[in-house]
Structures are given as C-alpha cells and as structure tokens.
Design a protein around this ligand. Structure first.
Ligand code: SF4
Ligand code: SF4
Ligand code: FES
Length: 248
C-alpha cells in the first residue's frame, strides 16, 4: 500500500514544532482522513476540529501546503507529490495542534445590527423583486469556515482586528444592506467601526472561499461604493434622501 509523509504542526500557545508521520493512503482520501489515521495509529492526542466531513460545517479549516483550505474537501491526489504540510490557521490564537480559537469572529457578528423590516404594504403583504432576493442568496452560502479571514492580510499580517471586521463580515454586512425589506442604515458603521477602508481589494479572500462566493466583487466593492457615495459624494446622497430611492 502507498504511503505519504504528513508534516503536522504540534504544539500550543507556548510553542511547538512540526512532526512527521508516515501514513498509508488509499485512492479518494482527503487530508482530514490522513489526520484521522495519524490519530488512530500514531498520536491519539493530536487535536483537530471537524464535524460534517462534507464541506458544510466550516470546522476543519487548516493550512495545507501553506494555503488555507478545508481538510475534508482537499483530496490528497489533488496536491503535488511529496510531503503534505498541515498547520493551524495563522490569523487566530492557537489552542492546540490544528485547533485555533475563532471566537473573535463570533464577536464581530454580534456587533452587526440585525435586519429591521419596513412596514407591510396596505394589503398586509411584503413585496420583493426576485432579482433583489437572488442578489443576497450568494452571501447566505457562507459556512463560516473563516478561511477568508485567515488569508486577509489586514488581519493576518497587520493584525488590525480592532479596525477591520474582515471579508466574512463585510459580506454579512452586504447581505443585510442589500436585504430588500431592511430599513437599518449601516453605512456610517461600515466606514468607521467595521473599517471598510482597510480592504484594498486584493481578492485573496475570494480565491480561498470554498463556497466560491464572489466576496470582493459582489460584496465588498458595492459596500465600499456606498461609503464613498455617502462621504465623498454628498450631493448624490442628499438627492437620494430628498427624492427617495431604494436603500438596496
Ligand atoms: S480583498 Fe479585502 S478583505 Fe479580501 S483579502 Fe484582500 S484586503 Fe482582505
Ligand atoms: S465567505 Fe467563504 S471563505 Fe469566508 S467564511 Fe464564508 S464560506 Fe468561508
Ligand atoms: S468537517 Fe465540516 S467542513 Fe470539513
């Protein structure tokens, strides 16, 4: 049977090192299978977070050969020959081995004002255009794997966690801002508290999204445009206020 060498980060917040394991591999195996085999045959205390093994829970995020990916969706035969390097997400504090503390992300979610629906029409119904519904559907595919947060250089390299909510929450903001029935104005907070100006549209977040959400083009850029319209084109904003126009 074929074997493959896995180089896996072992350690905690006080330090650690890569350890090598030789793993028997079969056709169809994914990286998470290899990690489970290491747990079963070499090191039962190897810590890894996972749940669905189907690319839907967002738990098994890790860095494989230096790239943020889902362990359960990365087939070994899709990787170049040779050693498979597996390490935890760099952007979040390490708990143990491949498990990081991603709770900062949940705190960001709590800061975002929820939808407040406008009143129903006179006949008691809500009316929405199908195209407005279609536009936000894409953002609802997010599985909160935080791979986009991990790769974003504003968080990963510059540690601006206090200034920028990151791409996952920019599309959460976009999802709410584009909601056809929502009345809340999040534009001032998007500029200030959520730090939309920190994103310089490198599109690295879009490249790693396992749900193929067009994070930058469909979410972040439209939100940055709203901020620019509001703060750098006050006449357009005033006319919109006076003569109306959809928030979305
Ligand atoms: S496009 Fe913006 S949010 Fe996405 S990785 Fe680049 S800087 Fe970060
Ligand atoms: S936007 Fe994509 S990469 Fe980011 S958390 Fe959601 S599914 Fe993961
Ligand atoms: S285990 Fe659920 S996404 Fe990988």
């Amino acid at each position: 049977m074929a074997t493959r060498t896995f180089k896996v980060w072992r350690g905690d917040k006080d330090g650690g090192e890569f350890k090598e394991y030789s793993v028997e591999v079969q056709p169809g195996m994914v990286v998470l299978d290899g990690i489970h085999r290491i747990q079963a045959e070499h090191s039962s205390d190897l810590a890894v977070r996972w749940n669905c093994k189907a690319g839907k829970c967002g738990s098994c995020s890790m860095e494989i050969n230096g790239k943020p990916r889902l362990g359960c969706m990365t087939r070994l035969n899709s990787l170049p020959e040779g050693t498979v390097t597996v390490q935890p997400l760099k952007t979040f504090p390490l708990i143990k081995d491949l498990v990081t503390d991603v709770s900062w992300n949940f705190e960001q979610n709590k800061r975002i004002p929820p939808v407040k629906l406008k009143p129903r029409d006179a006949d008691g119904n809500y009316r929405m255009m199908q195209e407005d519904i279609d536009r936000v559907q894409e953002f609802r595919k997010c599985i909160e794997c935080f791979l986009c947060q991990d790769v974003c250089h504003v968080l990963r390299d510059h540690h601006k966690h206090d200034h920028f909510v990151g791409p996952r929450f920019m599309i959460r903001l976009a999802q709410l801002e584009m909601h056809p029935l929502d009345t809340v104005d999040r534009v001032p907070a998007m500029r200030k508290e959520f730090g939309s100006g920190w994103c310089n549209i490198t599109r690295c977040c879009t490249e790693v999204c396992p749900e193929h959400i067009q994070i930058t083009d469909n979410g972040i850029i439209p939100m940055k445009e709203r901020v620019v319209d509001r703060y750098y084109d006050p006449i357009a904003w005033f006319l919109k206020k006076v003569f109306g126009g959809s928030k979305a």
